[in-house]
Design a protein around this ligand. Structure first.
Ligand SMILES: NC(=O)c1ccc[n+]([C@@H]2O[C@H](COP(=O)([O-])OP(=O)(O)OC[C@H]3O[C@@H](n4cnc5c(N)ncnc54)[C@H](O)[C@@H]3O)[C@@H](O)[C@H]2O)c1
Ligand SMILES: O=c1ccn([C@@H]2O[C@H](COP(=O)(O)OP(=O)(O)O[C@H]3O[C@H](CO)[C@@H](O)[C@H](O)[C@H]3O)[C@@H](O)[C@H]2O)c(=O)[nH]1
Length: 462
C-alpha cells in the first residue's frame, strides 16, 4: 500500500486532484510541490478565499485535508525523496520557439522534473504522468530516469486527467472513468494496481480502466479533440443558421435527442477557450504530421481553424452592426474567463474579441466576477498586438457590472456566468446609449425579454 505521494505542479490540475486524493485517502500523506512560491503561499493561506484557484467546492476539500495529510510546499527535493509515488502535473504549453513552434507541446518542464527525480531518488519510485503529453513521452521520461538515476527502479504510468474547470471537484468525486496506462511487464502491472488501489477508495472498479501506456497517452488527446470538434461543428452550423433562418439551439436540441449523437457539448458559442483544447489539438496535428499523416493532421487542424473563425466573426459582426465603426465607442464586456465558475482566462475568446475591437479603437470596459485587472491586462499584453501603455488607454476593468455598462453603446456577453441572468436588465437598458445593443456570445439571455425592454439583441446562430 502506498503511504506517501508527491505531486510536482500545484496548478489547476495538481491542486484539486491531490486535494481530493488526500480527502478520500486519509492514510496517505500527499505533498504538492511547486517552484512558484506565491502559488504555494496561496494554497497555504488561512483565508480559503485566497486559494490560487477558484473552483466550486475546492475550499471545503482543502479545509478538511490540509495540515492533516495534505501539504503544499516549495521543498521539491524533500518531497521527491520521501514519496513512493510521484505525480508530474506541470504545464505542457504549446512551444513558442524552435522546431514545432506554435504546434508541438513544450516538454521542457516535464524533462526538468524527470531529471530532478533521477537526481534525488534513492529508493524505487512510481512516476505518474498526470500532465497531458504527446503519445510516447513515457519513453523519454524512462530514458532519462534509467540513464541518469541512482540505479533505483522506476515504473512510469500514464494517468491523464479528464476534469473540466468549473466542475473539477464533482468530476474528481465521480469521474466517468479513471484511465491508467502502464507496462505490460509484471512490475508494470504491479505499479498499475497500486494506483488502482488509491482510486478504488472512492471510484468503483468498473470505472477504472487500465491500458498500455501509449493508449492511455493518446486517449487523452483524442478525448479533447472529439470534445472540441463537437463545439466547432455546432459553431459551424451556427453561421449557417444565421444565414438561413434556422435556430442553432433548436438544431442542437433536435440532433442531441438522437442517442447516437447525445446532447452534451452542443452549445454554440463565441468559440471555445481554455488551456487545453487548442494546445492538445495542435499537439495532435504536430504528431500526425511528424508521422507523415497529412490528411489526419489537416482533419483535426480544421477544428482550430473553425474556432478562430468563430471568435473573429463575432468581433466583425459587432463592428458592422455598430454602423461599421466602434472607434471611441464604449463597449461593455460581461465576462472574461473562458467559461463560468473559473478564474482561468487562458485562451479565452474574450481576449481575442477585445483585441479585435481595440484595433478598431473601441473603448472596452470589462466586468468578470472572478478575474482581476492584472490578469486581464496580462492576457491582452501577451498577444503583443500593441504596448502595455496602448492597451491601458483602451481597456478599463470595473468592479461593478452596472458601472461597466453605463453609457455604453453595446454589451458583449463573453462568459456564461449565471449571475448575468439575474441582473436588472431594465436598469441596464436605461443607463445605456440608444439604440442599446446586446451581443450574446453565449446565448445566455432571454431574447424575448430583452427585446421587450428595447434592446437590439443578437445571439449566436439565430
Ligand atoms: N487545466 C485543466 O483543466 C487540465 C485538465 C486536464 C489536464 N490538464 C493538463 O495538466 C497539466 C497541468 O495543467 P495546469 O492547468 O494544472 O497547469 P498550471 O500552469 O496551472 O500548473 C502547472 C504548475 O507546474 C509548476 N511547475 C512547472 N515546472 C515545475 C517544476 N520543474 N517543478 C515544480 N513545479 C513546476 C508551475 O509553476 C505551475 O504552478 C497540463 O499538461 C495540462 O494540459 C489540464
Ligand atoms: O457545448 C459547449 C461546451 C464547451 N464550450 C466551450 O469549450 C471550452 C472548454 O470547455 P470545457 O471542456 O467544459 O472546459 P475545460 O476545463 O477546458 O475542459 C476540457 O479540457 C480539459 C483539459 O484537458 C479536460 O480534462 C476536460 O475533460 C475537457 O472538457 C470553454 O470555453 C467552453 O465555453 C462551448 O463553447 N460549447
Amino acid at each position: 500500500m502506498i503511504k506517501n505521494i508527491c505531486c510536482i505542479g500545484a496548478g489547476y490540475v495538481g491542486g484539486p486532484t491531490m486535494a481530493v486524493i488526500a480527502q478520500k485517502c486519509p492514510n496517505i500523506k500527499v505533498t504538492v510541490v511547486d517552484l512558484n512560491e506565491d502559488r504555494i503561499d496561496a494554497w497555504n493561506s488561512s483565508n480559503l478565499e485566497n486559494l490560487p484557484i477558484y473552483e466550486p467546492g475546492l475550499d471545503r476539500v482543502v479545509e478538511e485535508a490540509r495540515g492533516r495529510n495534505l501539504f503544499f510546499s516549495t521543498e521539491v527535493d524533500k518531497a521527491i525523496d520521501e514519496a513512493e509515488m510521484i505525480f508530474i502535473s506541470v504545464n505542457t504549453p504549446t512551444k513558442t520557439y524552435g522546431v514545432g513552434k506554435g504546434m508541438a507541446a513544450d516538454l521542457k518542464y516535464i524533462e526538468l522534473c524527470a531529471r530532478q527525480i533521477a537526481r534525488v531518488a534513492k529508493s524505487d519510485k512510481i512516476v505518474v504522468e498526470k500532465s497531458t503529453l504527446p503519445v510516447r513521452t513515457a519513453q523519454a521520461i524512462k530514458d532519462i530516469l534509467d540513464h541518469t538515476g541512482n540505479g533505483v527502479n522506476f515504473q512510469i504510468l500514464s494517468n491523464p486527467e479528464f476534469l473540466a474547470e468549473g466542475t473539477a471537484i464533482d468530476d474528481l468525486f465521480a469521474p466517468d472513468r479513471v484511465l491508467i496506462g502502464g507496462d505490460i511487464t509484471e512490475s508494470g502491472q504491479k505499479a498499475i494496481n497500486q494506483l488502482v488501489d488509491i482510486y478504488a477508495n472512492w471510484v468503483s472498479k468498473d470505472r477504472i480502466l487500465t491500458t498500455n501506456v501509449w493508449s492511455s497517452e493518446l486517449s487523452k488527446l483524442t478525448a479533447n479533440a472529439f470534445l472540441a470538434q463537437r463545439v466547432s461543428s455546432i459553431n459551424a452550423m451556427s453561421e449557417l443558421c444565421e444565414k438561413t433562418g434556422a435556430d442553432v439551439n433548436e438544431v442542437a436540441k433536435a440532433i442531441g435527442m438522437d442517442s447516437r449523437i447525445g446532447s452534451k457539448f452542443l452549445k454554440a458559442s463565441v468559440g471555445f477557450g481554455g488551456s487545453c483544447f487548442q494546445k492538445d489539438i495542435l499537439n495532435l496535428v504536430y504528431i500526425a504530421k511528424s508521422y507523415g499523416l497529412n490528411e489526419v493532421a489537416d482533419y483535426w487542424e480544421q477544428v482550430i481553424i473553425m474556432n478562430d473563425h468563430q471568435k473573429r466573426r463575432f468581433a466583425k459582426n459587432m463592428i458592422s452592426t455598430l454602423y461599421n465603426t466602434v472607434s471611441g465607442k464604449k463597449i461593455a464586456f460581461l465576462g472574461w474567463a473562458f467559461k463560468k465558475d473559473t478564474n482561468d482566462t487562458r485562451e479565452s475568446a474574450a481576449i481575442y474579441v477585445a483585441d479585435d475591437l481595440i484595433s478598431e479603437q473601441a473603448m472596452v470596459s470589462v466586468f468578470d466576477p472572478k478575474v482581476d485587472e492584472t490578469q486581464i491586462l496580462f492576457d491582452l499584453n501577451y498577444l503583443e498586438t500593441r504596448s502595455d501603455i496602448e492597451n491601458k488607454k483602451y481597456i478599463k476593468i470595473e468592479k461593478d457590472p452596472y458601472s461597466t455598462v453605463e453609457n455604453s453603446h453595446a454589451i458583449a456577453i463573453l462568459t456564461e456566468w449565471d449571475e448575468f441572468k439575474t441582473y436588472d436588465w431594465k436598469r441596464i437598458y436605461d443607463s445605456m446609449l440608444k439604440p442599446a445593443f446586446v451581443f450574446d456570445g453565449r446565448n445566455l439571455l432571454d431574447k424575448k425579454e430583452l427585446e421587450e425592454i428595447g434592446f437590439v439583441y443578437q445571439a449566436i446562430g439565430s
